[in-house]
Write a protein that binds this ligand. Sequence first.
Ligand code: GLN
Ligand code: ZN
Length: 761
Amino acid sequence: MASHIVGYPRMGPKRELKFALESFWDGKSSAEDLQKVASDLRASIWKQMNSAGIKYIPSNTFSYYDQVLDTTAMLGAVPARYGWTGGEIGFDTFFSMARGNATVPAMEMTKWFDTNYHFIVPELGPDMKFTYASHKAVNEFKEAKALGVDTVPVLVGPVTYLALSKPAKGVDKSFCTLSLLPKILAVYKEVVADLKAAGASWIQFDEPILVLDLESQKLQAISTAYAELESALSGLNVLIETYFADVTAEAYQTLTSLNVATAFGFDLVRGTKTLDLIKGGFPSGKYLFAGVVDGRNIWANNLAASLDTLNSLEAIVGKDKLVVSTSCSLLHTAVDLVNETKLDNEIKSWLAFAAQKIVEVNALAKALAGQKDEAFFSSNASAQASRKSSPRVTNEAVQKAAAALKGSDHRRATNVTTRLDAQQKKLNLPILPTTTIGSFPQTVELRKVRREYKAGKISEEEYVNSIKEEIRKVVELQEQLDIDVLVHGEPERNDMVEYFGEQLSGFAFTVNGWVQSYGSRCVKPPIIYGDVSRPKAMTVFWSSTAQSMTKRPMKGMLTGPVTILNWSFVRNDQPRSETTYQIALAIKDEVEDLEKAGITVIQIDEAALREGLPLRKSEQASYLDWAVHGFRITNVGVHDTTQIHTHMCYSNFNDIIHSIIDMDADVITIENSRSDEKLLSVFREGVKYGAGIGPGVYDIHSPRIPPTEEIADRVNKMLAVLERNILWVNPDCGLKTRKYAEVNPALTNMVAATKLIRNQL
Ligand code: GLN
Ligand code: ZN
């Protein structure tokens, strides 16, 4: 019985690759230094899997930036603006594509399916010349071989690669990137020949595109592509790997009919329906790589349950054809639990990071082969049992309160137009009110104050005074700028989710539980392990302190339940909706406490609501339903005169505009400036919108200062589509990553532009 790992994190247990990359980019270390760190990391991962007993060990899942960009390099698909003239692609060209350079901007980056990992989007056109320009796959295969480890080289599959590509600038938007299939297959054939010559006996093609709702044309491309590769692949065992969801019946049919394939890999954690497809028929003589160990979360596997699943699969595909695997690459989970010094032993016993998941995969494979490690299985069983019964996990009052929510819709009693009138009487705001999204620049000194307070180096009093001073500065600045609705600047927050998680029960935090987000950037999601409750008010002190410094309305600033959920490692022992409702109740208490303390405008950020949208259309309506419901729960209890704002990032929400309306916030501020005002097109097309709306008037991701005329122009464009009395003026998102030298002039211009237009109205 064999074991397989789909892919492994690259960053290293303590983010070694991140630091090596950043030091290289800063010119502080050489290319050789960076390569040394990288090859040491690869070697240790291969050896780790090898000694754990994994049979099919992946290679080429390492990357200096991103595996899709690696594929672009492999195919020589470098956009002309980088001036590459041929030959093997080196760090210069590679990192210019990833990050831009002094003269040329980077390629676009976007989310990898529904994960928080971002890939570099290939830019293709009919004239692109493809050549075999990066030998990374074969080099890594040889490197592992020299270490005595026989690996399975992994390539991003040709159809997934093309389907995720976009037409380059200047190419007709309707250009079908899949039409380039014959051209890229020519290069794939060269790569395959190279791998064969180097002694590979297996090859893995990742085709996660197969989990989407695919048009027949894309399914056809799968058949065509792999038929075309057939002779090149002869003599090799070919694994076609899918992940992140179940495959549709049509995709399953197409996939399992591929002659060339020896093996198929499926995600059986998120893709439970695939199990039924397999039970309905699996091609005889082929291998099933069964992804039963979750690559997207940090929970220890329920080994007994997995073993049951595997046993039932064994009956279908045969003993020697079943391979135990991970549900997807372990890239999307934390690296190694061994480095968690702050988690207590009970919580630790419930967890498995990438390094522990390897051991789980192998233990399952051995158990299937009749060599069950009884001690390992029984300690796993007791950990599962302790997690089920621990009083730290279950809080009956919370469960009851969450259960009582069912059956009600939770809508504010009055409609939004009436509420806005009541609010306006109280707030008395000018037309086109100006505001910002929440955070102000986080200076080095500010981070130092928080760090020292956490480490016990400064007293609470000193800490509170420093933060108060910071708030006072931010308030004074906004008054000088003549902004209408103020924020306190969020100086006490490290991160908009962590800040709340640390004050809620049911959350745990890791020291090294980093997950790659893009390039060298990693995030450290909190772990939600138990029922969520709010022991005491979280933001009231800071918000009322800030309000006491000004006569203008001060926004209370909260993170919404869906965003807290989507940016955490969540429980797998109850539906995500349930966890959301629990968080919603905690935030509801906070909203009501803020209202009692005299805060009249409260913003509840749902920055990540859109990104939690399931991959498969059939699951989207239900997600949006409970997500939007969760948001409404937070503010159903406030008076008409309390103005509820929400804020959303990410520019692609035209598809969920009706859910946004259904959130029933009084005002929404929304990222807009990088999307060619795509948002406005929905209103142009007649979507009725009655609440206040602030489509961002400038991009905060860039250091560029937007000129007054440019902002005025944007506002005028919005006025052409939206009624003037619902329009707000604000930046795209929080200002935390910017410098005051940028924020001051940008906001000055924003207010000037607003006044210019007010005078013309
Ligand atoms: N209020 C948060 C801030 O301004 C919102 C951040 C976000 O949308 N990502 O920082
Ligand atoms: Zn935002």
